[in-house]
Design a protein around this ligand. Structure first.
Ligand code: G4P
Length: 190
């Protein structure tokens, strides 16, 4: 998506060798009109699939995933990283190790939200090493649903995430594919 590449170049910041800061419009401050365009773009890409639910991983994936779910006319489900007394105690969990953040967390979903009748689209902000996506795939498959694809706003193509997700038989769609961050912080696209 040309508009996302332009926005990354204009408002994002590359931190050599592997970090892209997009806090101005994705991770911290959110640009609603732009998220709307992004949601539309992802919904168009998967228009031929009969998607029943969109799934994201809290927190930065929520904004684009919500807009996409709205365009598709289906519910959004947010996979949780923290246990909460406010949610159902009956949950399905899987452990995720984030290489980018250097931490381990449990992803969970309340039982009954997704089942074997669902065809799910996963939407997240970044695809880096693909651990969060792999955790989401594991969780959705534990619920016996099928997966239409994994959409990421920004793919760091110099990291193994895309390969890891496609190796699991899941289509990857990335709106901006970053090939390199140069030592002076220049962000290059594939
Ligand atoms: P990982 O195994 O290295 O964690 O890779 P993965 O593809 O699972 O990374 C997804 C998580 O890492 C996301 O956070 C994403 O926001 C964050 N991330 C990875 N690379 C970058 C980067 O270059 N810039 C920014 N801004 N974020 C990056 P998350 O687990 O979904 O948490 P949250 O930040 O959305 O709460």
């Amino acid at each position: 998506m040309k508009a996302l590449e332009e926005k990354i170049l204009a408002q994002g910041k590359g931190i050599y060798p592997d970090i892209i800061q997009v806090g101005n419009f994705i991770n911290h401050q959110v640009d609603p009109a732009f998220m709307n365009e992004i949601g539309e773009d992802i919904a168009k890409e998967f228009a031929k699939e009969t998607i029943t639910k969109v799934v994201t991983i809290e927190s930065s994936g929520i904004a684009p995933a919500l807009m996409c779910a709205y365009k598709l006319g289906v519910p959004l489900i947010i996979l949780k990283k923290k246990a909460s007394r406010n949610l159902s105690p009956n949950v399905t969990r899987t452990e995720v190790t984030s290489f980018t953040k250097g931490d381990v967390y449990d992803l969970s979903i309340a039982d009954g939200l997704i089942d074997e009748n669902d065809h799910v689209l996963i939407v997240d902000d970044f695809l880096a090493n693909g651990e969060a996506g792999t955790g989401a795939i594991r969780l959705i498959r534990k619920c016996h649903a099928t997966i239409a694809g994994f959409a990421a706003l920004v793919e760091k193509s110099f990291q193994p995430g895309r390969q890891k997700i496609t190796d699991q038989g899941v289509k990857v769609y990335a709106l901006a594919r970053v090939s390199e961050i140069t030592p002076d912080g220049t962000i290059k696209f594939l």
